[in-house]
Design a protein around this ligand. Structure first.
Ligand code: FE2
Length: 271
């Protein structure tokens, strides 16, 4: 069976219709990666995929990170009884890139819906290549040389606005990282690198820095750059982590919502 690609919006998000054997065999893996790179988010629906098959599919697309979770499967839940880092995962409700503090941010991730919340819990993605491309040329030139300090501490203020001294000290234990505001990829394409770990722009005043980062985030998350995934149980969604930002929309911690995630290891250095 060949792939049938159904675009969900003009700039981001495609459903791919195919069969499970095609996905497990890796026969179309190169094509799927190319679609993922171009569309930012892809998903497969109605294929009854198991945990083991999810990991097999991930391995056809790249190396996986299995340092957390169990055999390449990590449980995403806001329920402390299911995931002991549930409080930290509250940060997923704000626009971010996974692993922006790492030398090589994750290439992407696979997310499979096991249980859904009765209300809330959709996931939104924005295409940061398209957002960069659509900027006026003078703005592209102005922001090209800028660098942003990313910090784990900054991202935690979204979860806990009034952190204690001990909490601040804990999060400051993670080293900060200087990253370009405009990420030039190995392909030569450029994307905006934003998200909740953005602390400040080097060389700008506090006010200018906050204003610029918020303005660019507002720009990148306009409806025309965003795909909102309305989950069905069994959906397997894959996002390009280097060409998008994402966030979950709010849902109750006791809603039962459960996703199984497999991370694709980073391939491109970010420095
Ligand atoms: Fe995330």
């Amino acid at each position: 069976m060949t792939l049938e690609v159904i675009d969900q919006t003009p700039l981001i998000g495609s459903e791919i219709k195919t069969d499970l054997d095609t996905l497990l065999s890796g026969a179309e893996a190169q094509t799927i990666r190319a679609i993922l790179d171009r569309r930012g988010v892809i998903f497969f629906r109605g294929l009854a995929i198991s945990d083991e098959q999810q990991v097999t599919i991930a391995r056809t697309l790249g190396d996986i990170v299995d340092s957390e979770g169990d055999g390449g499967i990590y449980k995403i839940s806001l329920d402390q009884g299911v995931n002991e880092r549930a409080k930290y995962l509250q940060g997923s409700l704000f626009w971010h890139v996974d692993g922006s503090l790492q030398p090589r941010p994750n290439l992407g991730a696979l997310l499979r819906a096991l249980r859904l919340a009765d209300s809330g819990g959709d996931t939104e993605f924005c295409n940061t290549y398209a957002a960069y491309d659509a900027l006026p040329e003078d703005e592209k030139r102005a922001i090209e040389p800028l660098r942003v300090i990313h910090s784990a501490e900054r991202s935690q203020y979204y979860v806990t606005p009034e952190m204690s001294f001990e909490e601040i000290e804990f999060w400051q234990g993670y080293p900060t990282k200087s990253c370009p505001l405009v990420w030039t990829h190995a392909s030569g394409r450029k994307s905006l690198l934003l998200g909740s770990t953005c602390d400040y722009v080097e060389g700008l005043s506090v006010e200018e820095s906050r204003a610029l980062l918020a303005r660019l985030r507002d720009w990148a998350t306009q409806p025309r750059f965003v795909y909102r995934h309305r989950w069905q149980v069994g959906d397997l969604l894959i996002w390009s982590n280097t060409g998008t930002m994402h966030r979950a929309l709010p849902y109750a911690a006791d809603s039962g919502r459960l996703m199984h995630r497999t991370i694709l290891a980073g391939e491109e250095p970010l420095h």
